[in-house]
Write a protein that binds this ligand. Sequence first.
Ligand SMILES: [Zn+2]
Length: 331
Amino acid sequence: MHYIVVDLEWNQPLNHQNRVYREVGDRLIFEMIQIGAVKLDSERRVIDSISVLIHPSCYLRIHPRIQRMTHLGPDELADAPLFNEAMERFMAWCRQEGDDFLFLTWGSDDVSVLQQNLDFFDCHPDMPPLCDIQHQFSDAFKLKNRMGLQPAMELMEIRPEEGRDFHNALHDAYYTALVWQKVPDIANTAEYARQPKQLIHPDVNHGRVKGEAFDSLRLAMDSETARQPKCPTCGRPCEVEEAGYVPQAADKYIGLAKCRQHGNILVRLRLRASQSGRVILAVSTAKATPPNIAYIHTKQLQIRQREERGLRVDPEQALLNAERSSVPFED
Ligand SMILES: [Zn+2]
């Protein structure tokens, strides 16, 4: 028996109005661009690793936010194989030590994204289910909440390594493997096998949404609801600026979108973690004033500068720990 820790990176459409998205968006919300994996033997020693890049077939332009995070862009993906060939290479690597292995992944997002890509590309490799070792980790250490990978590393006193940035599927898989090595008893791992959830596009009503549940903060922030809020005046979907949302508190984000007819729209996101571990997202929109715009642009710049200095908090964890903040939106 061996173990394969898997992590994925994926791209998303730049614009939800574009032709490709309108054609395939209900079947492919996120398109995989990298599979990273680390192989462990039965004693949980790291014995091999692989990174398979995937040339996108649908969303050919890499979203600037994704490119900034993953450092994967057109140059890196230019010579990469298409999805089906990439999966074939990956599965061949998985089987080098035989067919008896378990797939492990941190959380359940990757399970659903992988399944959607497999379905979309009509690819049906014979593979075991993915086990959610984030859940196993919380149970093993009796944690109340699910922990992000970085806080879990801190808790286990695992330091990030030089040249291994987060948000690279290979590095994240490697760190996940190091965290999993600390789980005292792994006899129950197969019990954490996860069924993929269907990734859907909720239909958003005019202006305001009461609240909609997602499996993680990341999926909530990448959802059509968050990326494409509706203009408060005409109800048409508007695209959020590429620089994205800025946090005001762990459970509150604001950003700007533009309606072709009605100009700048201020978008407010309110999030909360539900009892069952899901993330509830509510969106409201209003006409943006010049001070709103100046404020958001300043914040975006500050965030970029902080990211460049390597300082970042785990927003997923911050949300779990957040008391509902009572401060009003500062805009
Ligand atoms: Zn409008």
